[in-house]
Structure formats: structure tokens, C-alpha cells
Ligand binder design. Structure first.
Ligand code: GAL
Length: 651
């Protein structure tokens, strides 16, 4: 197992490196990540490549028996390059150039940038291909992060038009699909098509979806160019990865595409960042791990695990003693099998003075040093359990077209895609079941239960796959707005909602309402939920049951005949439809019913105590993490505030 730190030796005096590495060894480190922002150090002047600084660092790493992940440095290009070729700089939505000074400001579609990328990557990988210590190449750093998924420059405009031409061939096809007859937007030629920059009211929804697809294509295409190059040149013992940032669903970027070309996926885990008053909810953090594991359906690495409070200009919540360490254990539970902490030491100069690491600016071994040390010394004992494969009976499905469609048309001011996904994920998480979070492009027939949040785009093919899944005995849970749109982001005509899944859900929806901030509608249980009450927010589909049974209905003057949650038997399977943003308590009951009926393994635990089950060698291991600031008792063990335990399950 690799355990390590993100190290930036170039930030410090050379004389500190030996002592740093000595301290790393004492902490339990066996790997460091270096180089990912140091292009200028390798090429101070154009064409004058010099790797002597990193040669020295690597020699020292060898002395301390530390392996190395080396990052290709393309996330931060040198100032001379921006000066010589300003066309490499990306532009924001207002067409303003992102000047040299921050990071990630290059345009993925700049041919000039691609040429310079090839040169530095070629030189670097050639130089180190036989270097035994370097076992992994990290490509760039966090593609798409910090707004870098978007660029509205002339090069992107041109490429976007080509992308559309390639897709639609004839401009009349595009006009037809987009419905440009509306507002007289009909194009005579592809070169009339605008970028969706700010204008009065809003752009065409299909144009915007194509724009998101194009952005995703641009990132993946640039990355593929680098990955292919590294693959061609690297040593056999070296693997290729990329570090994905969190908040995946906020960007125009499908990471499944890039993951196919990587040897393994890496993730940067920051449960709290910037001015957040509180960390993400435990279920949200867990969901992100399950998403990352789902990219390749394999265990993964974390190459940046948060240790200190973080933020560029504003900092928020300080992780409580042992809390960041507990997040590291939680990650291991969910399939992370090698981990590096961000960063070795807080930097005194530059933009990240407040992105704190293991060691603070005083350079003393403090609380965080001891926490990481105890984590590393402990976790290594469970290496084989941690490396075991995770199998889940439940999959939460997402689809990037659908996410981007929501991004541009929220419909309710209270809508947030990630929140809706977490809403349906959390009740299953609360039961400590194993869950995969995967794209609809993956095979889902091996699961017993599919959780399908707010899937407003459902095409014929997906509808048929759902039907087949049910015929084989599966259970599906949909939530509101399912199937209102087609793959082109247009609303379905002459078909009743939820289109493509109406028959399997046994319902129809003729009317719906967006619920505003603070607006909640009471819902009342029927049949097996008789006597129960709850609340619905964000949205409500006014469901008319056809073959379905009503589980909850709305309790208001006009719509009490309409169902809010239904259940329908179809084939050998069952479909639940949740018509709004429903209370967790109600969803907990339904999740429990589904898990029991489908004979899925689960464990009940007190609120805030996560118990993740791993199978190894015909034994069950429990990864127990206390996400609260109170002692919690579980199976006779007291788990301290933010405490973690890995124990074999006694049957
Ligand atoms: C990550 C990034 C690192 C560093 C860190 C600060 O997103 O990859 O380079 O900026 O955030 O928290």
C-alpha cells in the first residue's frame, strides 16, 4: 500500500529536503507526489530543458526509499509562454481573457498549447522513463476545475461549429432538432452559430446541451492527447492516472470518458473547502467515493486527502481533532487503496498561504502530524482487506446529458442536481448498504436495485433497458420529472409523462409545480404507510396512478387526489416513483422496505455512525466511522467523537 504526501520541495530551501524526507519516513510515508506545477523550473527559457532540480529530489527520495508520482506540469504554464502566445489563454463567458497569474487558464482547443504540451511532456517522460522510483505519471492537475471547463475564445468558437457540423452534417438538420423556428433563430450556415454567452433571456436548450457536450469533448480530447503520449514513452513499470476534483456534477465534463484511458483513477478528497461553515454531510462524502470507484468499477487512489483547513482567500470550518483522519478511514472503507495527504507543509508565500497541510507554517510536528502518523501506522495492517473488491447490489444512476440539461434549466429555483442525487442515495447509505454510483452508460443488469434520481432525459433505449431490468425481477426507484425530455433536450410530444417509463411506473403525470424557497407541501401516507406524514419541497409531480398503488398523497385542497409516491409491480420487478423532494424520514422507510424485500445486506447503526462492510477471505470486515462529536456505542464498542475502527465482524 502506498501512503504519502504531496510535496513541493521547490517552495523551500534545498537544505530542508533531507530533514523533510526524514520526518516523512517517521510519519509512515513511502511515496511523494511532485512536479505538477513546476514547468518553469524545467524550462526556464523556451527549449532549454533542465531536469537537474528534480533529478536531485529523486535521488534524495531514493535515499529515503520513497517512491514518486510525477505530475506533468501543464496546469501551470510559464509566463514566457503566455507572453509569446497570448492565444493560449482561455476566455470567460464575457469574452475577457484570463490573464497569466492564476492557474489552469489555458484553452484546451489551442493548437499552440497542444504543441507546447507535447514538447514538455515528451522531454519530461523521456528523461524519466527508466527512473525506477517514478511509478506513476499524473496527467496535468484537476482538469476542468475552478471554471476551467469553460472557455469562450475564438478557437473554441470555431471548433464548436466544426463539432456541430460533424454531428448534424446539414444546417437544416440542426435547425430542425434545435427548433430554431422559435424566435426566428434559423441559421443559414454553421458559421452563424453563436457561443452561448450572456444575452437577453436565454439560449436555445439544445444549443446549450451541445455546448456542454463540446466542452466535455474538448477536455477529454486534450487529456487523451497527453495520455497517449505518456503511454507511448513511459517505462513499463510506470502507470498513468489523473486526479479528479470533487463536485463532479457542477462541471461540463464527463469523467467516465477519460477514465477509460487511465490505468487507475485518482481523486482529491476535500470534504470541506473555502468558506464552508460545515463540512459536506457524511452521505454526500460517501457518495463521492462511490462515484469515483464507479468510474472504472475499481478501487482507486486519493492523491490529495485534506488534512488542514483550506481556502485561497477565505477559509471555513476547521476539521475537529481526528475528523480529517476519520475522513481518510472513510475513504479507505469505500475503495481508496493508496492515499497521499495534501500537503506536506503550508506555504508561506503564493496563492495558497491558507491551504493548510500536515505541518503548519511553524514547521513543528503538531496534532495533524500525529494524526496522519497514527493513521498510516494503523491502516497498513489492513492492506489486504482494503484492496479487496467491493460488490454492491444497489446502483445509483446518473447521465451527464441529463445533468447538463438540469444545469441550464433548473425549473425550480430550489433545484440542485447533486442534492437530489444525495437525497435518494442517503436513505440507502443510512442502512450501511454498499452502493455503486455509476453512469447509465455502464452495465446495470448485475444489480438488484437501481436508484434513478431526476432522470428527465430518458430515451427509448434507456427506457427499454429499464423494462428489461424489471422483467428480470429488479427494483427501480425514480424521482420527479422523469422522462419529460428526449436526448436532444426537447420535451416529448404526444406522449404523457413520465415518458418511456409511464407503463413500468404505472402512473401518468399531467401537471406539476415548482416549489419555492421555504414552500413545503404536506404529504400523507396511505395503505402500508397509513398514519404517516411528511413534507415535500423543491418540486411536486401531481401523479395520477394507473396500475400503481399510492403510498403517499398530497394533503391540500386542490390536489388531494394526486399521489406523491407510488409503487407498481411490473414483470417480476417493482417501480417506485417519488414525485418531489421528500423528507429523509419517509425515504428511509422506503429504502428499508426495498433492502429487506431484495434480501440486500444492511446494518442498522445510530445516526452519524457509518459502518461499511468489506468482504475479504470469506470474512466480513466493518469499517466503523463516527461522523459526530459524541461517543457512540456500537456492538459493545465505544467509538469516540470522530473515531474510526476497523474490526472483523463476529457472526
Ligand atoms: C486542489 C488542487 C491543489 C491545491 C488544493 C488546495 O484542488 O489540486 O493543487 O490547490 O486544491 O486545497
Amino acid at each position: 500500500m502506498y501512503l504519502g504526501v504531496d510535496y513541493y520541495p521547490e517552495h523551500w530551501d534545498v537544505s530542508m529536503i533531507d530533514e523533510d524526507m526524514q520526518r516523512m519516513k517517521e510519519m509512515g510515508v513511502n511515496i511523494i507526489r511532485i512536479g505538477e506545477f513546476a514547468w518553469h523550473l524545467m524550462e526556464k527559457k523556451e527549449g532549454e530543458y533542465d531536469f537537474s532540480y528534480f533529478d536531485m529530489v529523486i535521488r534524495k527520495a531514493q535515499k529515503y526509499d520513497l517512491k514518486v508520482i510525477f505530475g506533468t506540469p501543464t496546469a501551470t504554464f510559464p509566463a514566457w509562454l503566455a507572453k509569446k502566445h497570448p492565444s493560449i489563454l482561455s476566455k470567460d463567458e464575457y469574452g475577457h481573457t484570463r490573464v497569466f497569474g492564476g492557474r489552469r487558464q489555458y484553452c484546451y482547443n489551442s493548437e499552440v498549447y497542444r504543441e507546447y504540451t507535447k514538447k514538455i511532456v515528451q522531454k519530461l517522460v523521456n528523461h524519466y522513463k527508466d527512473e525506477e522510483s517514478i511509478i506513476v505519471w499524473q496527467i496535468d492537475n484537476e482538469f476542468g476545475h475552478e471554471g476551467s471547463d469553460m472557455c469562450f475564445c475564438e478557437q473554441c468558437h470555431l471548433k464548436f461549429r466544426e463539432f456541430l457540423q460533424e454531428k448534424y452534417k446539414d444546417i437544416n438538420n440542426l435547425n430542425e432538432v434545435y427548433g430554431t423556428i422559435f424566435w426566428g433563430q434559423t441559421y443559414n450556415d454553421f458559421d452563424e452559430i453563436p457561443l452561448p454567452q450572456p444575452t437577453i433571456t436565454t439560449h436555445n436548450p439544445t444549443l446549450r446541451l451541445d455546448w456542454a457536450r463540446f466542452r466535455s469533448y474538448s477536455i477529454n480530447d486534450y487529456a487523451k492527447m497527453q495520455i497517449n503520449l505518456v503511454r507511448e514513452l513511459k517505462g513499463k513499470h510506470q502507470k498513468i492516472t489523473h486526479n479528479f476534483y470533487g463536485g463532479f456534477f457542477e462541471k461540463a465534463y464527463d469523467q467516465n470518458v477519460m477514465s477509460e484511458d487511465l490505468d487507475f483513477v485518482s481523486y482529491d478528497n476535500y470534504p470541506v473547502w473555502g468558506g464552508l461553515r460545515e463540512p459536506l454531510k457524511p452521505g454526500h462524502i460517501a457518495m463521492t467515493h462511490d462515484y469515483v470507484r464507479g468510474l472504472k468499477n475499481k478501487n482507486y487512489w486519493i492523491v490529495e486527502e485534506l488534512m488542514g483547513a483550506q481556502g485561497h482567500n477565505v477559509i471555513g470550518y476547521l476539521p475537529r481533532p481526528n475528523q480529517a483522519k476519520m475522513w481518510a478511514y472513510q475513504a479507505m472503507a469505500h475503495g481508496c487503496e493508496n492515499m497521499l495527504f495534501f500537503r506536506w507543509r503550508g506555504m508561506t508565500r503564493g496563492a495558497e498561504q491558507f491551504c493548510l497541510g500536515i505541518i503548519d507554517h511553524d514547521n513543528e510536528d503538531g496534532r495533524k502530524f500525529k494524526e496522519v502518523q497514527s493513521f498510516m501506522k494503523d491502516v497498513i495492517k489492513y492492506e489486504e482487506v482494503i484492496k479487496s473488491e467491493i460488490k454492491s447490489d444497489i446502483a445509483v444512476l446518473y447521465d451527464y446529458d441529463n445533468i447538463w440539461s438540469w444545469h441550464y434549466q433548473q425549473q425550480s429555483s430550489q433545484f440542485n442536481f447533486t442534492d437530489e442525487l444525495v437525497r435518494l442515495y442517503t436513505p440507502f447509505y443510512n442502512l450501511n448498504t454498499n452502493i455503486d454510483v455509476i453512469s447509465t452508460s455502464k452495465d446495470f443488469f448485475k444489480y438488484k436495485v437501481l436508484v434513478v434520481p431526476v432522470m428527465k432525459i430518458i430515451d427509448e433505449k434507456l427506457g427499454r433497458r429499464f423494462e428489461e431490468f424489471l422483467q428480470k425481477g429488479g427494483t427501480i426507484i425514480f424521482s420527479f420529472r422523469s422522462g419529460i425530455k428526449d436526448r436532444d433536450n426537447n420535451i416529448n410530444f404526444e406522449e404523457v409523462f413520465p415518458c418511456k417509463v409511464r407503463k413500468i411506473a404505472g402512473i401518468k403525470i399531467k401537471e406539476a409545480e415548482a416549489l419555492q424557497k421555504g414552500q413545503e407541501v404536506e404529504i400523507i401516507g396511505l395503505n402500508k404507510y397509513n398514519g404517516k406524514k411528511g413534507k415535500c419541497s423543491v418540486w411536486r409531480d401531481l401523479i395520477i396512478p394507473e396500475t400503481a398503488r399510492v403510498l403517499y398523497r398530497y394533503n391540500d385542497k386542490f390536489y388531494k387526489e394526486n399521489a406523491c409516491i407510488t409503487e407498481n409491480k411490473y414483470g417480476k420487478g417493482k417501480v417506485y416513483y417519488v414525485g418531489g423532494g421528500i423528507d429523509i424520514k419517509i425515504l428511509n422507510d422506503i429504502a428499508k422496505e426495498i433492502v429487506v424485500e431484495n434480501n440486500i445486506r444492511y446494518i442498522e447503526s445510530p445516526e452519524g455512525l457509518e459502518v461499511y462492510i468489506r468482504d475479504y477471505n470469506n470474512e466480513e470486515w466493518l469499517f466503523i466511522n463516527n461522523h459526530t462529536d459524541e461517543d457512540i456505542e456500537f456492538n459493545g464498542i465505544i467509538i469516540e467523537p470522530y473515531g474510526s475502527e476497523i474490526v472483523k465482524r463476529c457472526v
